[in-house]
Write a protein that binds this ligand. Structure first.
Ligand SMILES: Cc1cc2nc3c(=O)[nH]c(=O)nc-3n(C[C@H](O)[C@H](O)[C@H](O)COP(=O)(O)OP(=O)(O)OC[C@H]3O[C@@H](n4cnc5c(N)ncnc54)[C@H](O)[C@@H]3O)c2cc1C
Length: 383
């Protein structure tokens, strides 16, 4: 039985582990934390990611643990509404909110059911292209395939591809979950995501993950460090977003701060080591596609026949097929982050030319490349 060692128990590592185990691999997954903990924030999963979850048999989890949105509203910082979208009309598919943990838990259950051996508290410190994984404490494991799913700061990538520069971008974000209070949705519809944009670059997103819990994201330029300090300064955020005091008051000392990074390695595979998820294609979160893309590369890798010929041929064919779609996603997200947001305060994903991406059918490897020429790009230089 071929053996795979997967590093990283995030969305990418879990999806790849399920697929490989289902295809007859003996799979061990290493997560450095002492549990598969996903952090306290939320994720919108678009049709491309939802199709993958369904193909993994997790349609039930979408229904029970996800929260399907029926409206996405864009407002100015004053509260004035500029746009309202129905997800299907805007993107050609569904948008379902998850608390991260509500996504990781069913994936971990499916992995265990598929026979994946999950080792928590197991930290990789390096790898060799010949198919060797080194763990903290001196353990040395040999495998037919080493999968680096250890995120944007991947140590496996560093071992096999060298020290590559991370793309640095001009924004940072504070993310957290807050409780939903009575009156947050005056018309009773709690399936509405709302974004508030200020010309200073400050932005607040409020996206319900359930009837009880809201994902809140506060974004600002790195050149606006007061806005990104932790814990947040409520007075500062309230001054910019005067209608959002009721939510800002719930932040307190919680929240997790991240700067935006991206990575474009020269290749996604090196000998018996392959990169997926953020380790391969970390991107700015402006398009909400990082985790969706991680699932796309993880699922498509796991669905590839890696055994009937030379491994490098199979990995090259896989990368050649899926990378252009993900590369497009990275570049488009970067474009938004660097400031080319529609001056009319329109939202990124409403561009019909993005539909081939947002509803890509990865389980059947059926998708078209979005046509750059058909996009509204180049967008304006507004923040
Ligand atoms: C501010 C911000 C907002 C975002 N918003 C969105 C969004 O709205 N929608 C979206 O789709 N994406 C979003 N993303 C991106 C998304 O979080 C990532 O693309 C996604 O989590 C990548 O999944 P992954 O499994 O590749 O990596 P990760 O989620 O980073 O998981 C990597 C795992 O590997 C483990 N690990 C790391 N190093 C080691 C090691 N040495 N040994 C063992 N284990 C290790 C980590 O503990 C972790 O569990 C956002 C990101 C940021 C920073």
């Amino acid at each position: 039985m071929p053996a795979a060692e997967i590093v990283g128990g995030g969305v990418a590592g879990l999806v790849a582990s399920i697929q490989l185990a289902k295809r007859g691999w003996s799979v061990r997954l290493h997560e450095r934390s002492d549990a598969l903990r996903a952090g306290g924030n939320g994720l919108p999963i678009f049709e491309n990611g939802l199709r993958i979850l369904e193909a993994l048999g997790l349609g039930d989890a979408i229904q029970k643990r996800g929260h399907q949105l029926n409206k996405w509203i864009i407002r100015l910082s004053s509260g004035q509404q500029t746009h309202e979208y129905e997800p299907f009309t805007a993107t050609g598919g569904r948008i379902v909110m998850f608390q991260r943990q509500a996504l990781v838990d069913p994936l971990a259950e499916a992995a265990a059911k598929a026979g994946v051996k999950i080792e928590t508290g197991s930290r990789a410190v390096g790898a060799e292209r010949e198919g060797v994984l080194h763990l903290e404490g001196g353990r040395r494991l040999e495998a037919d395939l080493i999968v680096a799913a250890d995120g944007i700061h991947s140590v496996v990538r560093k071992s096999v591809a060298g020290s590559l520069p991370l793309g640095k971008h001009r924004k940072g974000a504070i993310r957290l979950l807050i409780p939903i209070h009575p009156g947050d949705f005056p018309d009773g519809n709690d399936r509405v995501a709302t974004e508030y944009n200020d010309p200073s670059g400050r932005r607040i997103g409020l996206l319900p993950c359930s009837s009880h819990t809201m994902y809140m994201i506060l974004v600002a330029l790195l050149s606006d460090p007061e806005a990104l300090q932790m814990p947040i300064d409520p007075a500062l955020w309230k001054a910019t977003f005067p209608t959002l005091g009721r939510y800002i008051d719930r932040v307190g000392s919680s929240g997790h701060y991240d700067e935006y990074h991206s990575i474009f390695p020269p290749a996604w595979h090196y000998g018996k080591c392959v990169l997926i998820g953020d380790a391969a294609h970390g991107m700015t979160p402006a398009l909400g596609q990082g985790a969706n893309s991680a699932m796309m590369t993880a699922y498509s890798l796991g669905a590839t026949d890696l055994l009937s010929g030379p491994l490098s041929d199979a990995l090259t064919a896989w990368e050649t097929k899926i990378r252009p779609l993900v590369h497009f996603t990275q570049k488009f997200a970067e474009g938004i982050t660097e400031g080319r947001l529609d001056p009319k305060n329109d939202i990124f994903f409403s561009d019909p030319a993005l539909r081939p991406l947002l509803s890509a059918d990865i389980p059947n490897m059926h998708f078209d490349m979005p046509d750059f020429r058909a996009l509204k790009l180049p967008l304006s230089n507004a923040v």
